[in-house]
Design a protein around this ligand. Structure first.
Ligand code: SF4
Length: 215
């Protein structure tokens, strides 16, 4: 059975900030099962877009940019939601590009299968595992994300683990506990990202961010 083409909701032709020290294009994969309060890409959350970009057109663009771009980053949405991601990665890798992956790590088995294909991973760890539901708007995901962190650290694939400093976790005790949990996995480099207000179209979970507190 032929693999379904990757569903793409957006594409950045060139960026200097999405793959460390390299010029990259970014493929924004359509669909994400989480509903983070601070999500800045609400149009990428549904599994299907009203205005999808053709994967074949992106491949044509990348073929024409060989030698001008270094890397292609698969971002989202949640790229690992789509089973066709591995095939898409393989196609782009065959053109000679470095492969970057931005993921929330909620499908650890899929991430594990992708790790031999990718050159760099940016993994979002949103909170301690038990604190995911109020942040992400869904009842699960934390245990899976932390399993992905364990797999990624053990893999030796170059990566960055980062956490958005949502107000509910932005206090010294929580930050220390989260970093301690990462250190227990062997991860000693971790970045905090500032929490920017979303553009006003973020998922509504029935309570304001000020009602979420872990301390
Ligand atoms: S993981 Fe959260 S922030 Fe990222 S696309 Fe999904 S809902 Fe948005």
């Amino acid at each position: 059975m032929a693999t379904q083409a990757l569903r793409v909701g957006g594409f950045t032709r060139m960026t200097t900030i999405d793959y460390p020290d390299h010029l990259a294009a970014v493929v924004f994969c359509q669909g994400c099962p989480l509903r983070c309060h601070y999500c800045h890409n609400p149009e990428l959350l549904p599994r299907r877009s009203d205005e999808p970009l053709a994967w074949s057109g992106i491949l044509d663009f990348l073929a024409a940019r060989r030698g001008l771009l270094d890397a292609v980053v698969f971002s989202g949405g949640e790229p690992t939601l789509q089973r066709s991601l591995a095939q898409a990665v393989t196609e782009v890798k065959a053109m000679g590009y470095l492969i970057g992956l931005h993921t929330a790590g909620i499908y650890p088995e899929r991430l594990q299968r992708l790790l031999p294909l990718v050159d760099w991973v940016g993994l979002d760890i949103k909170a301690l595992a038990q604190d995911y539901p109020p942040l992400t708007g869904v009842p699960c995901g934390g245990e899976s994300a932390w399993r992905s962190a364990r797999l990624l650290v053990a893999s030796g694939v170059p990566h960055e683990i980062r956490t958005t400093l949502y107000p509910a976790i932005d206090n010294e005790d929580y930050r220390n506990r989260l970093r301690g949990a990462l250190a227990a996995l062997g991860e000693h480099i971790h970045n905090w990202q500032p929490c920017r207000e979303p553009p006003g179209n973020q998922p509504d979970h029935g309570r304001s961010k000020n009602q979420i507190s872990f301390y």
